[in-house]
Ligand binder design. Structure first.
Ligand code: NVA
Length: 301
């Protein structure tokens, strides 16, 4: 059986901490040659800075050879059927890293691939981000277990994966979103079920103040994700009042840390300058993409 990482719950709750420990070990300078002689095919249908750079550099750090494709080069499902691209990549490379729109596309890809497939973001989940996020929380708080994490904003792909990761490690995620933009019910229920043995929970509320009260971490993401640009005006209205700013952080626990998966839209989901607030760990979080994904590739291969 080939192991894929399409949804965060593709790894068992008890596999998360060892993976994060490995990420922290690699970050500390431990050398791995797990990908020596291996090729990593990286195919993105949406823009990317962190994900592309971190997979590329991460593959090289482990001795592997990354090969990157832009959307135009492959035409996934347009120039060539998804199943055929998956078969060709499987014949010539050892891991496929895919960023696409519909989650069903990556599922179809994985079904036809005989190599591990990693989700580098779909409309439904961003599981690699959640690995880096929980690595960052571990570094900041010592452990995710028992941590109170508030996510203020859209119950989107980033929030969904974060829910599984935090709950799976025994932490508590409270998501504050306006009506119509809450976490999908299957993810709310799914993450609580996933976290049951670790005692982790995910809760959905509407009030940002309620979510951040006593929070150790306050996290937000863009209000308009890639592919939703036509809804921007409507979303700006719906999310008014959900901005994370110094005044909102002041209502959280003493020592609160601010997180954002980036890129940020200052003036929308965050106030201008918040990324550079002493409470922000957004750039540590960005760096941790490199180490968390290196640990993931090390495991999958
Ligand atoms: N929710 C955002 C995350 C970007 C890394 C998006 O899907 O565009």
């Amino acid at each position: 059986m080939v192991s894929h990482f399409l949804k965060f719950s593709d790894i068992a709750p008890d596999e998360i901490q060892p993976l994060l420990n490995r990420a922290i070990e690699l970050k500390s300078g431990v050398v791995s040659n797990a990908l020596a002689g291996k090729s990593i095919a990286i195919l993105f249908e949406k823009p990317s800075l962190r994900t592309k750079l971190s997979f590329w550099v991460g593959a090289e750090k482990l001795g592997g050879h990354p090969v990157h494709f832009s959307p135009e080069e492959v035409g996934l499902g347009k120039r060539e059927p998804v199943a055929d691209v998956a078969q060709v990549m499987s014949r010539m490379s050892d891991i496929a890293v895919i960023r696409t729109f519909a989650h069903s596309t990556i599922e179809e890809f994985a079904l036809n691939a005989s190599i591990p497939v990693i989700n580098a973001l779909t409309d439904a989940e961003h599981p690699c981000q959640a690995l880096a996020d929980t690595q960052t929380i571990t570094e900041q708080l010592g452990s995710v277990s028992g941590a109170r994490v508030a996510f203020v904003g859209d119950g989107n792909n980033v929030a969904a994966s974060l829910g599984y990761a935090v709950a799976g490690l025994g932490g508590h995620l409270i998501v504050a979103s306006p009506d119509g933009y809450t976490l999908p019910v299957e993810d709310l229920e799914g993450a609580n079920a996933y976290g049951a043995t670790s005692g982790g929970t995910v809760t959905q509320v509407t009030s940002p103040q309620e979510a951040v009260s006593n929070a150790d971490i306050v996290y937000t993401d863009v209000w308009t994700s890639m592919g939703q640009e036509a809804e921007t005006a409507k979303r700006l209205v719906a999310f008014a009042g959900y901005q994370v700013n110094p005044a909102l952080l002041d209502q959280a626990a003493a020592g609160v840390k601010f997180m954002h998966d980036l890129p940020a839209h200052p003036g929308e989901e965050i106030s201008h300058g918040l990324l550079y607030d002493p409470r922000s760990v957004a750039f540590d979080q960005a760096e941790n993409r490199l180490w968390a994904q290196a640990a993931l590739m090390d495991k999958l291969i």
